[in-house]
Design a protein around this ligand. Sequence first.
Ligand SMILES: Nc1ncnc2c1ncn2[C@@H]1O[C@H](COP(=O)(O)OP(=O)(O)OP(=O)(O)O)[C@@H](O)[C@H]1O
Length: 308
Amino acid sequence: MPNIISVANLSKNYASGYRALKNVDLDIRRGEILALLGPNGAGKTTLISCICGILNLSEGTVLVDGHDIVKDFRAARSLIGLVPQELTTDAFETVWATVSFSRGLFGKPANPAHIEKVLKDLSLWDKKDNKLITLSGGMKRRVLIAKALSHEPQILFLDEPTAGVDVNLRHDMWQLVRSLRESGVTIILTTHYIDEAEEMADRIGVINKGEIILIEDKSELMRKLGKKLLTLQLERPLDSIPAELAAYNLSLSSDGSQLIYTYENDGERVTIISLLNALSEGGIAFKDIQTTQSSLENIFVNLIKDEQ
Ligand SMILES: Nc1ncnc2c1ncn2[C@@H]1O[C@H](COP(=O)(O)OP(=O)(O)OP(=O)(O)O)[C@@H](O)[C@H]1O
């Protein structure tokens, strides 16, 4: 079965009457890293909580490796590890006790060798006897991940795993997520850091106002929606774009020293060559040339803007 999770027609109405998810359909592929992006309040945490069976569904179904999250909750939930945004365990427990206890909650027999491996992978081994209250914020976050991995889940949900962590820990986390994926774990993460999604994800889903407005392979998304910019550093500044270049999609930097040509990712070699010919015929010399790709961030901002 290529999809490990299938969400169909999922809606969530909170008791307040607020409809936080609206008829969401989502298939998550076995073994992928899926990043869910969306502005504050878009419904990312609600979606994750519904898939993990923490919140009741108002409508629709969620299948986790064929198990219905409502009718077959224990089987479905045992396949999932969830790393929430906040640590809610007993601050006076030790790291070892907290993580071992989490495994027990899933009815799995004790497996000290597995807990040891998880703690070592997360660089928590030397802290195993420390009480949670004595750990730094970054270490506490690692404990959350260790707890989520304690019962050897096939699927890991990470809700904003790197919010407020320093650059080193972020990179460690990315490394950890990659190695988990290599071991066959399917990973779904929400993030506000678009560079994180760009760096990590195989596919990107964008949620806005309770709806998935886009889901696409990252490379395809970048190819389809991304633009390229060709920047020409001019020998002599221009006052305005010459009339004979009006047919090209050009802009001039405010100081007149750079001519910028924007084009779609798919080719346009011919147009670039004809632009360079036209510049040469017009006697416009340049001393440097550079191409840049629009980032996922530009794409995301434009998508959300179009939806407002
Ligand atoms: N218990 C609740 N009762 C009523 N409304 C809620 C409740 N929990 C969340 N909401 C609302 O549902 C919407 C979606 O919230 P959710 O936490 O899923 O968003 P999010 O995309 O995870 O946001 P953020 O990026 O800020 O974490 C928000 O408008 C929020 O105010």
